[in-house]
Design a protein around this ligand. Sequence first.
Ligand SMILES: [Zn+2]
Length: 315
Amino acid sequence: MNKKEEKTLHKFAEPLGMSVDGNNGVIYGEYEGYHVYLTRANNNSYSFAVNFSLNKAGELPQQDEVKRVVKESKDIIDCVIQGYQVVYTLRGGMTVAKTAEKVGPSLQTITSFLQQLGYQDACALCGKSDPTVSLYSVSGAPAILCDDCFKKQQEAVNIHAREQGNVKENVLSGTVGAFLGSLIGAGAIILLGQFGYVAAISGIVMAICAIKGYELLGKKLSTKGIIISSVIMIVMVYVGNRIDWSISVANYYTDVDLFYAFRILPDLIREGYLEASQYYGNLAMVYLFTAIGAVPTIISAVREGKRAQESYKML
Ligand SMILES: [Zn+2]
């Protein structure tokens, strides 16, 4: 999540005496004796999903029982149960401030309701209520677990990560993938160029197709893969742009075919038949947009790889 979103979450968390985990994008803490974390119920509104993990005298929570609070408050709109996990959805306000005003009282309503019914904080996996129950992050997702269950989960994640780590990057296949992807990008540069569009979209298409192409066929995107994909992109942007201009030249001069136009293009620029500033200006634009497409694609690919392995105690 970005810094701005994280800042917004802090505005909700502070009045509740809770914290924000930027990796998971959640608000979390202890509230009236319950470990709880809040996730945005949907991205367009300030509606929150409040996650509890509960047992009653060691038993699983009863659907009809824990759901009753939804009828008691108009700000609590839904309740979903999965094993020991109970998730309430809160109604969002129009603004951050309006929503922040409502979250606290809603949490108060839910927790005192749960206390009255005798529900206890519990591990989401084994349902045990003991002092080791706390908030953890397991491969990028928050979870309310006891110490033992967290260790088991972590072990499972480690095994998975090790298996992932054993997947060998196939540089040759990756290079082929990046090349095939870059052909789509070059196609976009030529096609959109012929329609007279500034090549903004085609630069982005080039970047995404080349990098994803490498990842898909190479099974992994290492620094080496990023460099190879980048070199292919740089070359193919140049080639695509030059073909685009050659087509225009061949269309204009009836006695010149495409291959000849491609070959003599530098001469045409040098001798002033083509406007050098226009040619290089256009090329620079495609490079710029390829970079704009490449940077977030690479960052998300690298982050995705890292995030999957992260597990830690949040509280
Ligand atoms: Zn447990």
